[in-house]
Design a protein around this ligand. Sequence first.
Ligand SMILES: [Zn+2]
Length: 333
Amino acid sequence: MSKKPAHGDYTVGWICSLEVEQIAALEMLDEEHDRLPQPPTDHNVYNLGSIAGHNVVIAGLHQPGNNPAATVVTQMRTTFPNLRFGMLVGIGGGVPMKTDNGMIRLGDIVVSKPAGSHSGAVQYDHGKAKVGQFERTGALAPPPVVLLNAAQDLAVRRARSRKDPLEENIQRIDTSIRGLRRYKHPGATHNYLYQSHYIHKTPGVSCAECGCDPLQRIPRTIDDVDDELYIVVHRGTIASGELVVKDAMLRDALAEEHNVLCFEMEAAGALTDFPCIVIRGISDYCDSHKNDQWHGYAAAAAAAYARQVFFHMPIDEVKRFVLLSDRYLDGPS
Ligand SMILES: [Zn+2]
């Protein structure tokens, strides 16, 4: 436990914005390392550790958004010069559409993967776009090949395994501890979706309190209900923008044009010059009914998936890159 890796020994950056995401990230570490000194110009707070033999830097954001993400990534890469790639891990708003793995539901995971003409993530600004128009404001880097391969390998092995590794990872979070209670699964009866045209009655209170009509929920198939606790992973395009989407009609319009599975707010900032994979636990449907009920479990699911990816990344592949780096050869080793 008392290892003392140097700055140059860290190869993977794990970036999250919300406190609920940072706590879940820390719960996924095999080892926690002591903090290292950092330049006075670097204002990030880092948590260091390792998973499956890979040294990881976990960085939080002081606020969500693409600009804070870009700043954090720039500083992190200066302080830890051998970071090879990043993982953006946390919650996101899902588009209730069908993928190869079924309907996207609360508690599922969406992982960025190149699809069609997209690199895995698209940046948009719906503040400027009219409803039904998806204004793209930038091209984003695709996830690194080593992570795409790892995600694929994870999917293949998970499908054949009797014990679900994601479920085991989620159970690392001891929800009997007071501060970790919020990571409990909210229960099947709270996993519902309203028709796109049906607007939430009273902002600021739950659907139950304000009396949103259960008859306006979209009925589910029996198969869906049977699989309630199995975390379904969908891979495809993630949209990254500056504003929270809270309108189902807008969500559907934005999603349709580019086959977007999920909306979030940090990827575009991080991805401009740092190869990352984006992993989002679905905590709402980007509609007027969105609330915090699924934040904890969705954050845990995303972190559990991110942890598992490390077990499918060849260590040699990451180290080889480090050895080739000039900074490493010049620095203390
Ligand atoms: Zn509602």
